[in-house]
Design a protein around this ligand. Structure first.
Ligand SMILES: [Zn+2]
Length: 194
C-alpha cells in the first residue's frame, strides 16, 4: 500500500535519482484517515504522476485507495498489530505496470491510536509478468489478526517468512477465529458462576 496509487498510476521516472532512497513518511489518525504526509511523500507522488495525491487523500480513509481486497486485508491486520503497541516491520513492494520497487516499511503506533508509516524505497527493477492469481488462502483470525499456517502465527512473521507483500499476487485472505480466541469467546458465553 504505501502508496496506494503506485499500484494504479502509470510510471514516470523519478525527478531525482536521490528520491529512490527517500524515506517516505505519512500518518493516519484513529479512524484511518490520512492526516500527515512528508515532503518525500509529495515528491514520490509527483514522480508517480499524482502530484495532488496527499491533498486528495487528506481527511479520507487510506483503505479506500487500496483497490486489491487481499492486499487491503493484510494491511488492515498489520495496522491493527501496530495499534496493539508494537512497531511492525514489513517488506513490501509498490509497482507500476513496468517497474517494481521494493519498500521496507515500518508501521509505528502513535498516541491516540494514530499510526505512522515509514517507508524506505528500494531500487526499481523491471517487472516480471504478473503471475496468475492462485488459489492460495491466508486465513486470518478476525479477533487477534494471527494467521493460520499450521498453527497460529503473528501475521507480520508470516508476511516476512513468505515474502507475502513482495510477490506479484497476495493470497486470498479469509477470516476465521483462532483456537485461543475461540476458547476465550466460549468462556465468555458460559454462564457466570453465581
Ligand atoms: Zn485469535
Amino acid at each position: 500500500m504505501i502508496i496506494p496509487p503506485a499500484y494504479r498510476a502509470a510510471h514516470r521516472p523519478p525527478t531525482r535519482a536521490g528520491d529512490n532512497r527517500a524515506k517516505v513518511i505519512y500518518r493516519i489518525d484513529s479512524d484511518d484517515r490520512l492526516v500527515y504526509a512528508d515532503g518525500a511523500f509529495h515528491r514520490f507522488a509527483d514522480a508517480a504522476g499524482v502530484p495532488d495525491l496527499a491533498e486528495r487523500w487528506y481527511g479520507r480513509s487510506i483503505w479506500h485507495c487500496i483497490g486489491d481486497d487481499e492486499l487491503r486485508a493484510v494491511f488492515v491486520a498489520l495496522v491493527a498489530r501496530a495499534r496493539s503497541g508494537r512497531t511492525v516491520h514489513v517488506d513490501t513492494r509498490c509497482d507500476s505496470p513496468s517497474l517494481a520497487r521494493s519498500v521496507a516499511m515500518e508501521i509505528v503506533p502513535l498516541p491516540d491510536n494514530g499510526v505512522e508509516f515509514r517507508c524506505r524505497l528500494g531500487r526499481a527493477r523491471l517487472m516480471t509478468p504478473a503471475l496468475p492469481s492462485g488459489s492460495e488462502l491466508l486465513r486470518v483470525c478476525a479477533w487477534c489478526y494471527r494467521a493460520d499456517r499450521g498453527g497460529w502465527r503473528d501475521i507480520e512473521d508470516v508476511v516476512a517468512d513468505e515474502h507475502l507483500l513482495e510477490r506479484a499476487t497476495v493470497p486470498v485472505v479469509t477470516h476465521g477465529i483462532c483456537d485461543g480466541c475461540l476458547a476465550e469467546a466460549a468462556a465468555q458465553l458460559d454462564p457466570a458462576p453465581a
